[in-house]
Write a protein of this length. Structure first.
Length: 267
């Protein structure tokens, strides 16, 4: 659902072929370049971190991409303005009794306990964390993130089959990890017919129907690269209300916790 981090920052001139991972500059606008052998047309995406990505087929000349970007400059600027009006509200969490952490849309309060060596776990609706872990914000925050990663992967592994069957695509391998500001990412893999899907651990704070939307969104990439008309036709067949869910995700997603822990101050 968002760009893979840039591994190269190769400047591109008009006569060059677009290199995957390079940077294309068009009239003061800097775009990341993503090449896909499955694409036949150019496309543009605005990522959650505000970066602009031009997605192109192999063998695309930079001059063609520049002309495409100039023809869509008004669209790019309108999307960037809209994003500017919806800045993220990701607030830190404190590792103290009663702090709220959400899982699949439901609020659960943190309970500090004396259980050295015990991983974070949910018991009777309370998220239990050992006090010695909570003392260190980095270690305690990592323990909670690890819990989301563990339980989120177990939950999501049971959601793939129905969506993959509905979209008539093979199931990809699943990995749950820290994807920064991306909800998910799909990577084709020759050794794995369904490719590989990564989901952000933070997505499991959202309601189930939005996590399902993220899963379906990435599954559509098993068949179609990019976010062109064919992609949205496929996703709309599986989720007719996909546009409404995307808007809801954009709104609620601004508020999820991304792992930052507030440092407690002693008085």
């Amino acid at each position: 659902m968002a760009a893979v981090p840039v591994t190269e920052t190769v400047p591109v001139t008009s006569a060059d072929l677009l290199p995957d991972g390079g940077l294309l500059q068009v009239d003061g606008l800097v775009l990341m370049v993503r090449i896909s052998p499955r694409r036949t047309r150019l496309g543009l995406t605005i990522e959650r971190d505000g970066s602009v990505v031009v997605r192109a087929p192999e063998g695309c000349v930079a001059a063609r991409a520049e002309e495409f970007v100039r023809g869509h400059r008004q669209w790019i600027e309108s999307k960037l303005r809209l994003r500017g009006s919806m800045q993220p509200l990701h607030t830190p969490r404190a590792l103290v009794d009663g702090e709220v952490f959400r899982y699949l849309g439901r609020a659960h309060r943190l309970l500090l306990v004396d259980e050295p060596g015990m991983p974070v776990r949910m018991v009777a609706g309370r998220l239990r964390l050992d006090r010695t872990e909570a003392v260190d914000p980095v270690r305690g925050g990592r323990a909670v993130v690890d819990w989301y990663t563990r339980v989120g992967r177990a939950w999501a592994s049971g959601r793939f089959q129905p969506w993959a069957a509905r979209m008539d695509v093979p199931e990809p391998e699943l990995k749950v990890s820290d994807l920064g500001l991306r909800w998910g990412a799909f990577t084709p893999a020759e050794a794995t017919p369904g490719g590989r899907m990564a989901l952000n651990w933070a997505v499991f704070q959202l309601p189930m129907h939005l996590v399902d939307y993220v899963i379906a969104h990435e599954l559509a990439h098993v068949r179609v690269a990019g976010h062109g008309a064919e992609y949205w036709r496929l996703l709309r067949r599986a989720i007719p209300e996909c546009e409404e869910l995307k808007a809801e995700l954009d709104d609620l997603g601004r508020r999820v916790w991304l792992g930052t822990v507030a440092v407690r101050r002693e008085h």
